[in-house]
Design a protein around this ligand. Structure first.
Ligand code: PGA
Length: 240
């Protein structure tokens, strides 16, 4: 496979893992040559990640540079801090903050304009999968994105997030191949599609071995540096 694995940690609304607070020069979160590693901490921990030379980005950023948006922080401010990535459209943002697919696409476009790399989340709920609508839902979320640009897509079935229920490797591969088929032909080979939803050291090997799974967006297990490190090592071995 020509695509390099990307292993990303989504720390959500949690304090940074202890190793970072201990100021370690090397950790499983630090960049390495064979696998791309990125973390998405809270806004409060972005600066420490940057100081520690860890690639990172916000979990959300406002599309406007500045202005009357109480409580928000802009993508531009994050870029100025040194962030090279941003997460867009995580299902928790879509659910808790009413972000629509159009809002998510606008964030991805704003990020690209700032030369930040958007990792855009898509995925169906359990109800939608039970109704056999998972592809329809994901197709609509994908259709509005700037697919001709350099973006990463993270397929995160909502029913698998934080639940311990993982999509089976076959279910994930089927959706990833479908998502790839929706990309413009000249972007299909290089666009990375990550899987997210209860990825752990014990299932990462099977998931990451699928031909259209190019990495993981890891929540719970990314807060434990040893577990995150194990997943990065699995991706490294698979890249050999
Ligand atoms: P999880 O979260 O690994 O805890 O399921 C993944 C995510 O929400 O990005």
């Amino acid at each position: 496979m020509s695509r390099k694995y990307l292993i990303a940690g989504n720390w959500k609304m949690n304090p940074a893992p202890l190793v970072l607070r201990r100021d370690m020069p090397h950790s499983p979160y630090h960049p390495r040559p064979d696998v791309d590693v990125v973390v998405f901490p809270t806004f409060l921990d972005l600066q420490s990640c940057i100081d520690a030379k860890i690639l990172c980005g916000p979990q959300f950023g406002h599309t406007e540079e500045h202005g009357a948006h109480t409580g928000d922080i802009s993508l531009k401010m994050c870029k100025n801090l040194g962030c090279l990535y941003t997460l867009c459209g995580h299902s928790e943002r879509r659910a808790d903050h009413g972000e629509t697919s159009e809002d998510v696409a606008a964030q991805a476009i704003a990020a690209l304009e700032l030369q930040m790399h958007p990792v855009v989340c898509v995925g169906e709920t359990e109800e939608e999968r039970d109704a056999g609508k998972e592809k329809e839902v994901v197709q609509a979320q994908i259709a509005v994105l700037p697919l001709e640009s350099d973006i990463t897509i993270a397929y995160e079935p909502v029913w698998a997030i934080g639940t311990g229920k993982t999509a089976s490797p076959e279910q994930a591969q089927e959706m990833h191949a479908y998502i790839r088929s929706l990309l413009p032909e000249d972007r299909q080979e290089q666009t990375r599609i990550l899987y997210g939803g209860s990825m752990k050291p014990n299932n990462a090997q099977e998931l990451l071995s699928q031909s259209d799974i190019d990495g993981g967006l890891i929540g719970g297990a990314s807060l434990q540096s040893d577990q995150f490190g194990e997943i990065v090592e699995i991706a490294s071995k698979l890249s050999e």
